[in-house]
Design a protein around this ligand. Sequence first.
Ligand code: ATP
Ligand code: MG
Length: 418
Amino acid sequence: MLQTKLFTRTKKEAPSDEVSKNAKLLIKAGFIHKEMAGVYSFLPLGLRVLKKIENIIREEMNAIGGQEVSMSVLQDKNLWEKTDRWEDQKVDAWFKTKLKSGTELGLGFTHEEPLTVIMKSFISSYRDLPKYVYQFQNKFRNETRAKSGLLRGREFLMKDLYSFHESEDDMLNYYDKTKDAYFKIFNRCGLDAIYTKAAGGAFTASYTHEFQVVAPVGEDTIFVCDQCRYAENKEISNLKEGDSCPLCKGKIKKEKSIEVGNIFPLGTKYSEPIGLTYKTEGGEERRVVMGSYGIGLPRLMATVVEVFSDERGIVWPESIAPFSIHVLVLGEDGEVFKKADKIYEDLQNKGIEVLYDDRHDISAGEKFADADLIGLPYRVVISERSLKEGGVEIKKRTEEKGKIINVDELMNLLVPRT
Ligand code: ATP
Ligand code: MG
C-alpha cells in the first residue's frame, strides 16, 4: 500500500477526552476513529489488524469442529423473557429499541437464546450431537464505564462459540479442547494468557474460566502462582498475596489483568427454558447440555497495544501487524525513489505485505516517527546513503539500531503470508 494513497494520516494528538493508552495510540496512528465514548470505527490499518485476529481465531475454531454462522443483532423480547434475561433488573447491559408498532426489541449483547432456538429445529436425537457453532458479530452492551478505549466498548466485535452435547462429561471434554484452542489463539497473537478460575455468574451453574493477560490497566485482579501459574480471579478467591499455591510449592502473587476471553459451562440453563431436548439411544428425552466461549476482538487488539507499545508507539507482533514491512524512502525525488519504487513492487509481487512511505517533502525525522507510531515489525529505509553502503537499512521495531543488507537479502528475508 502506498502511504500517499492511504486516506488516513497520523495525528499529533488524540481526542482530549480519550484517557486510555490503547485508544490514544490507535487514534494517533490512524487505526481507529472515535465516534463517542465506547464506540469506535475501524479505519484501513485497524481493520487489517482486526481481520488478522479474526482469521487466527477462525482457523482455531474450525480446527475444533466449529461451524461458522452469523446471527441477527435485533432480538425478540419474548425469547429473552423465557430465560429471564429481558428485564433491566436482570440484565442492565441491554440497548432496547422499538418497532413502529411499539413492539420492543433488543440489540443482542450475547447469543445463547437465539442459537438455542435455531438448534431446536435441527437437534432431536443423540445422533445430532455434539455440535459446535460460532460467529463473529457485533455485540451491543450499555456498559457503565467506557473509558478504556477498545478494552470496553459499547459496540464491539465478539467471537462467540456455543457447544451442544449429550452429557456434562462430553461438554467438559470439549471445554478442555476450547481451552487449548484459546491458548493457541492468544499465543499466535503474541499474548501470554493465564487460565483463571472465575465465578459462575448468574447464568451458569459452576465455575467458569477466564484468560487473563497481566497489565497495569486491567480492570480485573487475579491471584496467580509464580511457579505453576494456577490462578483465581479475586472475585471468588480466598487467596492473598504471599500465600502458598494450593497446587504446588510456588508463591501467590497479586496482579492487575485484562480478561481477553472466557469459557462457560452452561449446563442446561438455556436448553431447559427454551426446550432444546434430544432422544437417547433408548428413546429417553433429555435436555441438551451447553457451553459458551467468548473472545472480544477489539479487546484483544487493545491488549496487544497496551502490553507491547513503547514511548514511541505501537509494536505489533508479526502475526497481526497490518503490514509486515514499512518501506521508507528518504531524500529528493529521482534515482533513490526509482530504486525504492522497484523494491516496493518486487516485495509486493513476492506476496509480502508492505506499507510504502512514498511521500515527498516529508522529513526523514517525520517518516521515522510515523513508522515507530504505526509499529510495523520491520522498517526498511532506502536512501542515497543506504544505497552507497550497499543496499537498504533494515531494523526491527524492537531493535534500536538497523543494519545494511543488500536487496537480494531483503527479498529472501520475509516469507509471504499464505
Ligand atoms: P467483563 O467482565 O470484562 O465485562 P464479560 O464477563 O461481560 O467481560 P463476556 O460476556 O463473557 O464478558 O464476553 C466474552 C468476551 O468478550 C470477554 O472475555 C471479553 O474478551 C469480551 N468483552 C466483553 N465485554 C466487552 C466490551 N464491553 N468491550 C470489548 N470486549 C468485551
Ligand atoms: Mg461485561
